[in-house]
Design a protein around this ligand. Sequence first.
Ligand SMILES: [Fe+2]
Ligand SMILES: [Fe+2]
Length: 142
Amino acid sequence: MSLMEWSDIYALGVPEMDTTHREFMDGVNAADSAADADFLPCFDALIAHTVAHFERERAWMERLGFARDHCHLGEHERVLTLLNAVRDKMAEDGDLALGRRVLSEMPPWFDQHASLMDAPLAHYLKEQAGKDSRPAVKSAVP
Ligand SMILES: [Fe+2]
Ligand SMILES: [Fe+2]
């Protein structure tokens, strides 16, 4: 059984975000099921994907002026700092147990993060997209 399983409860209704979150789960699962010889490259791929994932969310927040000072960005930074520190430690001493342990923490972390931080961002993105696509509202603006 995979460490992370997609479920509709994770669907936040912003296709690009939902796709990225599915890919994140796939990356966690790929690293979790990797043999030791393949573990570091899989962990690196997960970090690279997570950098892009978090950067996309930061760019949305920036563009829409949504909660730029919110703890969401700090949370992203903490997770990336942790993943990079664990990656460096594994590269240094060859002990992969720490990395595998961190992966096991990803499902509860993602549950919390998606519902408390990504969901409000998705809600705001949808709200703004709705405003942009309503011609009657737009034409009413002088
Ligand atoms: Fe996210
Ligand atoms: Fe996020």
